[in-house]
Every structure is written in C-alpha cells, then in structure tokens.
Design a protein around this ligand. Structure first.
Ligand SMILES: [Zn+2]
Length: 425
C-alpha cells in the first residue's frame, strides 16, 4: 500500500466534483490483481487511520482521475491535421489510404506504440478506439496495451462496401475475424473488445445484421460506430436505408443499440433519436475538436439533457486536432456555448471534467471502475502540476473556487500540466 498527500479531485455519484485541498489518497492491491483506491478524502480525517503506510508528499500538485477518451482512431495518429472539404473527402483523400498501411503488422505495432505514448503523455488512461479493418491491427494494439498494463477497448473495423481496395473487408470473414478477436482479447488483462461497424454507409445489410447477432451473443462486449456527423453523410445513409426512420434508427434495426454501444458525434438528431438513445441505453461520444475542424456541426447539449441520454467526451483523432483532454474540454465549452443553430448553454468546468472522466465511465458501463478516485476504483490517476507554465501558474494563484481552478486548467493547460501518470497495473 502507498499513500499520497496532495490536492485531490474526485466525483460524487451525481457528477458533482469533490475537492480536498489537502487530500489523502491510499492505493493498494485490489481483488483482481491490479491496484485500486483504498481510501480517498481529506488528509486531516484519513491519514491518522493508516500509521506506518509510506506517504509521498506532493505539495502544489493535484491528484485527478485518468481521462477516458470515448472515441479515437489509433491508425489515424498520423492523419491528425489533414485539411479537407468535409468528412467524406477527408476519408477518401487521407484516412483510407493511410489505414491501408495497417495490413502490415510491423507498421501497426510501431503506430500502436506512438499512439499509447501520446495518450498517456496527455493523461488519457483509457481509450475506446477503432483499429483498422485488418485483424492484425487489433492484435498489435492490444498486445502493446497489455504490455503496459493499460485499460483499453478496441475493435476491428467492419467495412465491406463503399470502401477502397486495401481497407474493404469481406462480409463473412469480417464477422468470423471479429468473433476470433473477441475470444482472444475481451476480458484478458485490462482489455475489452468493441464490435466496430465503421458507419452504416460502409457496411452491407448482411454485415450490420451479423454485427448485431455478434453483439447479442456477447452482451458484455462494446459496440462503437459513427452517426449523424455531417449532412452529406446523413443524406447518403438515408438513400441507402430508405425504410429506416432516421440514420440512427438504422443501427437500432440491426440490434446495434444497447448499453455499452457508443456512437460518435450524434449531432443532427431530433427528439425521437434522443429518446431512442435514452431507451436503449446507448451513449454519445461528443467529439468537439473534430466537429469544429471538419465543420460538421455542434452537439446539442440542451437536447441531450432535456431528453436524458448518456454522453461523454472524445478526441476523435485524426478528425480531432488534439489528444489533449484539456483541449477537448475547452472545445466542448465552445460547442455548448454556440447558440445560433441550437440552444446555447454554458457548461460548468466540473461538468466538462466529469464528461471526460466519471461521466465517460458511466457511458461505458464502467462507473465505479475507472474515471474516478472513489474507494474501489482502479488506481489510474494523474499528478497534475497547475504551475507548469507561467500564465497558468499566475492564474490558478488567483482562483477563488474550484470552478475557477478547473476552468484555468482547461483554457491554459495541455500535456505540460500532466506531470505523472499512474496506471493500476
Ligand atoms: Zn471517428
């Protein structure tokens, strides 16, 4: 067992932030072999209960839960910052040609190392990530995450139509490969598998039906895809599936909406779509830097909250422009604030931080396991230095309350703030 003394950020069950300026965090072995939080709270009330436990003092630092990225593409690590006129040209000109290279396992392994290095450097301890359509890309990433003791969820992309040679897969084989990968990786070490139809227009009816059947056979496996990102994409999906009530309803028709199903974007929704998200228990991965970069639109937070469906934050690299949760939280603030195309609301810093940690864990069905530092949670945590850069240091000194402190970090912070990352391995 080991204890830490520093400021401590956690979340209550209702999403409120709990903050101890002089905090105590005790970490020790948990029932499944990896380390968990054994006690967390104020130094003055807890420290006396654990005489003899080694304490590391971290003056001026903040202990915070590792961030969760609800939607990212590991093979697009090098696609970041590629300009295009919207989503579909961006896929065609940059993404598909790049992803074709992941047929080579050695190449996939090299990028997996860079990808996990980048995530950890930015304080992301759990990603839900797409691989490519090549099973070897999943093997490369999973093996590297296992070696590091990282919690990670990933899946082989399904795309058997409207995709160029080199990334297009074959219906029956793609489903058999997915099932093999589930058996190989899901539940091993800290790894999980996600059934991953790229998006409805890239999948035949037979592939989507097969993916739904796979999801029914493996209810604890995740599902991930994209929906309602861009108006051209929606028009295309409606042409391909004329009988579905909406683009989102296509997935429901194939049994792909349930708890543990995470849909990126969810921008151009009506209230029936929002109710479908709520009633099925599916969750939205809000990807604000990507939506701003590709000009896709603005996630409607007011609508999501009025109807009440799960949502959390994501980088969506390479459409997204940064691995940094600080940049993503700030972009989510811009997106929430936009009030010309939808109701504009000011999201609080505590709320934004929750969406990237405990709220994201709730979206994944991993509440109480990751994304928080309450007793029993896996001990994936960060040591943040709010004095890492001159202007930030000056700003936090004047912060009068927790919201001002967190907002300063969000607006001025980046990877330089993340001094250390502890994994629960
Ligand atoms: Zn994406």
């Amino acid at each position: 067992m080991k204890a830490y003394r520093a400021a401590l950020l956690r979340f209550a069950e209702d999403g409120r932030a709990l903050y101890d300026e002089d905090g105590f965090l005790l970490v020790g072995p948990g029932p499944q072999g990896h380390r968990v939080v054994r006690a967390a709270g104020a130094w003055s009330t807890l420290a006396g209960n654990y005489p003899g436990v080694a304490v590391e003092h971290l003056p001026g630092r903040i202990l915070a839960p590792g961030f969760i990225d609800l939607h990212v593409h590991f093979p697009q690590t090098d696609v970041i910052g590629s300009p295009a006129e919207g989503l579909l040209p961006w896929l065609e000109n940059y993404t598909f040609p790049h992803e074709a290279r992941f047929a080579d396992p050695a190449y996939a392994h090299g990028v997996a190392q860079v990808f996990l290095d980048e995530l950890l450097r930015h304080g992301v301890t759990t990603p839900l990530t797409f691989a490519t359509s090549h099973p070897a890309s999943v093997d490369a990433l999973m093996a590297e995450a296992e070696r590091r003791g990282m919690r990670l969820i990933a899946g082989k992309v399904l795309q058997d139509r409207h995709s160029p040679d080199g990334v297009r897969d074959e219906t029956e084989q793609s489903l058999a490969d997915s099932e093999t990968l589930i058996r190989r990786w899901h539940g091993r070490a800290r790894l999980g598998y996600a059934i991953t139809p790229r998006f409805a227009p890239s999948c035949s009816d037979a592939q989507l039906r097969g993916a739904g059947e796979l999801a029914a056979r493996h209810p604890d496996v995740w599902i991930q895809s994209h929906v309602a990102e861009n108006k051209d994409e929606i028009r295309w999906a409606r042409e391909l599936f004329p009988d579905a009530r909406s683009y989102l309803a296509v997935y429901d028709g194939f049994g792909l909406m349930r708890e543990r199903a995470i849909y990126a974007h969810c921008i151009h929704f009506d209230d029936d779509d929002r109710r479908l998200m709520r009633s099925t228990g599916a969750a939205a991965a809000v990807s604000p830097t990507s939506n701003l970069f590709l000009g896709s639109g603005f996630f409607d937070y007011e609508g999501a909250r009025r109807i009440g469906f799960h949502h959390g934050l994501a980088s969506d690299v390479g459409g997204g422009t940064s691995f940094s949760p600080f940049h993503t939280m700030l972009a989510a603030y811009y997106v929430g604030r936009e009030g010309q195309t939808k109701p504009g609301i000011s999201l609080s810093p505590q709320d934004l931080w929750w969406q990237h940690t405990a709220g994201a864990a709730q979206a994944l069905g991993l509440e109480g396991t990751i994304g928080n530092l309450q007793p029993g949670c896996e001990a994936d945590f960060l040591v943040l230095d709010p004095h890492a850069t001159p202007l930030l240091s000056r700003k936090v000194t004047h912060a009068r309350d927790l919201d001002e402190l967190l907002f300063s970090l969000m607006v001025l912070g980046d990877d330089r703030v993340v001094e250390r990352v502890h994994l629960a391995q």
